[in-house]
Design a protein around this ligand. Sequence first.
Ligand code: GLU
Length: 309
Amino acid sequence: MPRLDTVVEEIAARMRSREERGKVASYIPELAKVPLDQFGIAVFTADGEMFTAGDADIPFSIQSISKVFTLTLALGKVGDQLWNRVGREPSGHPFNSIVQLEYEKGKPRNPFINAGAIAVTDVLLAGHQPREVLGEILRFCRFVADDDTVAIDEHVARSEKVTGFLNTALANYMKAFKMMENPVEHALGVYFHHCAITMTCRQLAMAGRYLAFSGRLPGKGVSVISSERARRINALMLTCGHYDGSGDFAFRVGLPGKSGVGGGILVVAPEKASIAVWSPGLDPHGNSVLGSLALEQLAKAMHWSVFGG
Ligand code: GLU
């Protein structure tokens, strides 16, 4: 087995010299300002070591990766009842598509497409004010990242709010089908803000530990969720974590992962490592070009794919 520190360094060096980097997300104006020439990687291993390279300590907008944390909280709150509100199947559609929502009468395909994540946020809001729910989400992120500096970028949240016409349409659509219990603006306000949480690769790899290590924080004896729940969240990340690019990601990388349009990807190598990569250039599905490539190379070099090989 090659040395992980060497593999991580070599991948970062290869990514630095790549010319084809995709395009930064421009539909959220604040994200369009992020320089394209950045790449970071952080790998936290079972024996408690952290390996980083490149821009691993630069904060970026985690965007849809936050949906993994809100899903964890919602399952903790209502358990399997959550599946009355949102499905568990890959969508095969873009992350903000409204077409499927019409066929399926306002019940989103899975918790990682935008409509599904807005429905999950609605579940978290039951009986609470938006500010309390946002506080709960942020506290959870800080707890799993073991870092109280994890914060929300208000500029990004505002930028998404003023341009969030599609997300507003999705939420209203669900409301029309009586699939939203709280005011649409409450659910959207919390959703835009949790998508605007910023983390570094190092913080994100820390935050993913409970998923990589059967619900526990290794070395701490702390159980965040049950191993069964961690396994199920990982299954959803594998099948739905990259929108209509999920099949290709499974084919190339072979690990559960969740991407965000900020260019980050959180990936889990069960019982081996929690991995975060970031590079803001995206492919047409909204997944980081260099991030996916780096993970493909890492999984191959370390033989970490859940499919063997
Ligand atoms: N906040 C983004 C949106 O709602 C999240 C999309 C993503 O990261 O894939 O469009």
